[in-house]
Ligand binder design. Structure first.
Ligand code: C2E
Ligand code: CA
Ligand code: CA
Length: 775
């Protein structure tokens, strides 16, 4: 954890390096000092050795003088010669005290001690040594103790014996020697008996004892190049060995001077302590300093590290670039990268929730808005699908970009009118949004109000205005169905509105049916045509000036054995899509011609209008069939066609229409105002009638705009030599207004609903058929 921080690691590294350097210096100082100390110790040891030589020689001289003085004393010689023990003993005691020796004794020429006790073998050895040398002096073992013995012969004039003095080379003696030295050393005498080997200091460790023995042997041999001093492992001391002369040449002895090194180093100890304290302080200071420095240096890195974590969490992650070095540049790059990432993230989120072409929110956004409303009570939330009528034609005329711009403009207008409704583009030409209202009627009212506002002409880029017609499908939000499915249902409702040409419609589950069942529906359609399940009803068209019914429009009705009465809005588009429309049209044409004969026979020679779908108009052999059938007709036949049928396949359609016209069949342009009205085609269709769609007619008394459209359409149609029929006339006000505007014919529930032939006959049989209430 601690070492995860760069600053700590740097600080530890610095302090460690510095500490190691200091340690090295400290070691060098230590080695240098202790080497100097060792050199000094060796010099001192050698000096002390020389001092000892001098002391030894002086003492030997003093002892010899004392011994000679006594040996020459005549009385003493007499006492020895006569064996006067008492005199000898008293003289010896006397002398011993005066000279200050440990032992004083007399040996006769045969080697017997006089007036002194001594082991016989010691006495023998001494006698041998004394007689072998002129001035005998040296180390000898007496009672297993080393003594410095010096003797003088007693001559009178023949040899009577020897006077000898011995100084015990014991600890006390050594202390005196130690005090002579300028340095604090330890002195000891080591000796060897031929039978025993070396006696060394028992306090020395084993390996040192061996080393000391070898060292002394080498010193005694006195060969050139033999070491002057010896380093001992015990207490790290240095030793010097001085060979001591042996009295009898048998035993060998040496003086061992030892100097413990730490005692030599003791004066330097305060120095070491000071150096150590300084080093420690240095390490601490450097450690703390480098921690501060490292923090400073690593601060930008730490900032970057934290910013990177924030970036990971999706938070704002800008760092301040305080320097213009690599770290500063890194901070700049990081900021740029973070900005790019955030922008890209925003763009991705935006793309996920928006439509690329228009920038409007997309279906997903709407789903979220709908989801957010799902806790409202049932029957208060509605999803609306707003469609631009004939959008593909609009797009064909003004281009993709402008068409998309039109959708965007409508979307923005809608968002302005209903700010929190979640306006979204849910299909190329469809905008979805939500309506919160107290029940379906209120929702429809809201929708209609919005439509009126939205159908204001759109100002496009170049300042040109285009008119758009809108349709709207509604679906109530059902929590069990979910947002996505409800949006789908609103879309279906829009399709139903379009095919039913109702501006605003609710989703009709019954009419929608079950898509899977629809396919089988088509096969039963063919059967219905053969078995009489399909009927043809007739809706009267009334001439506004003549005030009488001059024609009827044939409309298919299907009595489905299971589903009951089915609307053409359901099965006609389905038949068009599945290719069965040709059968239906042919059946309707035959049926209409037959019924027209019946009408004529009953005294009603009426124009009969049959709807010919655009798809049928695109099939070349249909004309042959139609013309053959028409030849049988009694009275005027009219084919109702839509402009779009012509626009989709102009060459073929126009050629076919020309053939119909030539055969005396009237052409009626159906559903005018729902599509993209094109004057060019209008002029080329050799028609007699133009039918204004009921979606426009129904608003004529309320909407100024619709009134204007109807009015100008009437004028336009008249100028092209066309009679105008208004569809969907339901009220007397509408009827009156249309009459005033110069409209030629009216069709609608006010005049009469579509009805079976027998009802039509009864209807026509009444006086002033269809005009009773409003004539
Ligand atoms: P369309 O040719 O525009 O037919 C007029 C429709 O308006 C008929 O609907 C009629 O019932 C309805 N209508 C008439 N007056 C009023 C009114 O005052 N108010 C309202 N709200 N509606 C009125 P329908 O019969 O449901 O037919 C729907 C469409 O189905 C027709 O529209 C036509 O395009 C098509 N269609 C009907 N029969 C045939 C047919 O035999 N062959 C072909 N190809 N299409 C047919
Ligand atoms: Ca029609
Ligand atoms: Ca129509």
């Amino acid at each position: 954890m601690l070492f995860q921080r760069l600053s700590t690691r740097l600080a530890v590294l610095y302090a460690g390096l510095f500490g190691a350097g200091l340690l090295l210096v400290f070691l060098c100082v230590f080695v240098a000092i202790s080497q100097a100390a060792q050199r000094q110790v060796r010099t001192e040891l050698t000096a002390t050795g020389s001092v000892f030589d001098h002391v030894w020689a002086l003492r030997t001289e003093r002892l010899r003088e004392g011994a000679q003085l006594l040996s020459r004393d005549f009385g003493f010689q007499q006492a020895v010669a006569t064996g006067d023990e008492t005199t000898i003993v008293s003289a010896m005691d006397n002398l011993r005290r005066r000279v200050g020796v440990d032992r004083a004794f007399v040996l006769d020429e045969a080697g017997r001690p006089i007036g002194a006790k001594m082991a016989p073998q010691d006495a023998q050895r001494l006698q041998a040594a004394f007689s072998a040398s002129e001035q005998p002096s040296g180390v000898v073992m007496l009672d297993d103790q080393p003594y410095h013995v010096t003797s003088a012969p007693i001559l009178s004039p023949d040899l009577l014996g020897w006077v000898a003095f011995g100084v015990r080379l014991d600890a006390e003696e050594m202390r005196e020697l130690e005090q002579l030295s300028a340095i604090p050393l330890e002195a000891a005498v080591v000796h060897r008996e031929p039978t025993h080997g070396w006696e060394t200091d028992a306090s020395l460790p084993r390996q040192d004892q061996a080393a000391v023995r070898r060292f002394i042997t080498a010193s005694l041999t006195g060969g050139r190049g033999s070491p002057e001093t010896l380093d001992l492992s015990d207490g790290r001391s240095i030793a010097l060995a001085k060979p001591l002369p042996s009295l009898d040449g048998r035993g060998q002895a040496a003086l061992l001077l030892r100097y413990p090194l730490d005692r030599a180093l003791a004066p330097f100890r305060p120095l070491f302590a000071v150096v150590a304290a300084l080093s420690l302080t240095g390490v601490l200071v450097v450690g703390f300093g480098s921690l501060l420095l490292a923090r400073g240096v690593t601060r930008p890195v730490t900032d970057l590290d934290e910013a990177a974590r924030r970036l990971q969490r999706g938070e704002d992650a800008q760092v301040e670039a305080t320097t213009d070095d690599e770290l500063g540049r890194l901070a700049h790059s990081f900021n740029a990268m973070a900005t790019t990432i955030r922008d890209r993230e925003r763009r991705i989120t935006h793309l996920a929730l928006h439509d690329e072409e228009t920038g409007l929110p997309n279906r997903l956004t709407l789903e979220r808005v709908v989801d957010g409303l799902s806790d409202r009570p049932h029957g208060q939330v509605y999803v609306a699908a707003l469609g631009v009528r004939r959008f593909d034609h609009l797009r064909g005329a003004i281009g993709y970009a402008l068409a998309a711009q039109a959708v965007r403009t409508i979307g923005n207008r809608l968002a302005g009118l209903a700010p929190s409704s979640g306006v979204a583009r849910i299909a190329t030409d469809v905008l979805g949004f939500t309506i919160v209202a107290q029940g379906p009627d209120a929702a429809v009212d809201d929708a209609r109000r919005l439509l009126t506002e939205l159908e204001q002409p759109l100002r496009m880029g170049g300042g040109d205005a285009i008119d758009v017609s809108l349709d709207l499908g509604l679906a109530a939000l059902d929590a069990s169905v979910g947002a996505a499915a409800t949006i789908e249902l609103a879309n279906v409702a829009l399709d139903q509105a379009r095919t039913g040409r109702r501006k605003v419609t609710f989703f009709d589950a019954e009419a929608y049916g079950d898509p899977a069942a629809n396919l089988s529906l088509m096969s039963s359609l063919i059967r219905a045509l053969e078995t009489g399940g399909m009927e043809l009803h007739y809706q009267p068209k009334v001439d506004l000036r003549a005030r009488r019914v001059t024609g009827v429009e044939a409309l298919a009705r299907w009595r489905h054995p299971v589903r009951g009465m089915l609307s053409p809005d359901l099965f006609v588009p389905m038949a068009e899509e599945t290719g069965h429309i040709r059968n239906l049209t042919e059946w309707a044409l035959r049926r209409a011609i037959a019924d027209q004969k019946a009408l004529a026979g009953a005294g009603f020679p009426l124009d009969v209008a049959v709807n010919i779908s655009g798809r049928t108009l695109g099939e070349p052999d249909f004309a042959d069939f139609a013309l053959a059938e028409a030849a049988e007709a009694r009275g005027a036949l009219v084919f109702e066609i839509t402009e779009t049928a012509v626009i989709e396949n102009p060459e073929l359609a126009l050629a076919m229409l020309d053939r119909f016209a030539a055969a005396g069949i009237g052409i009626s342009i159906d559903d005018f105002g729902t599509g993209l009205s094109s004057l060019a085609y209008l002029k080329r269709i050799r028609g007699q009638e133009l039918k204004i769609d009921r979606s426009i007619v129904e608003g004529v008394t309320e909407s100024q705009r619709d009134a204007l459209i109807v009015r100008s359409t009437i004028d336009l149609a008249h100028s092209l030599g066309l009679k105008v029929t208004a569809e969907g006339v339901e009220t007397e006000a509408c009827f009156a207004l249309l009459s005033a505007m110069g409209c030629d014919r009216a069709q609608g529930y006010l005049v009469g609903r579509p009805m079976p032939l027998h009802e039509l006959l009864a209807y026509l049989g009444q006086t002033d058929a269809g005009l009773r209430s409003y004539a």
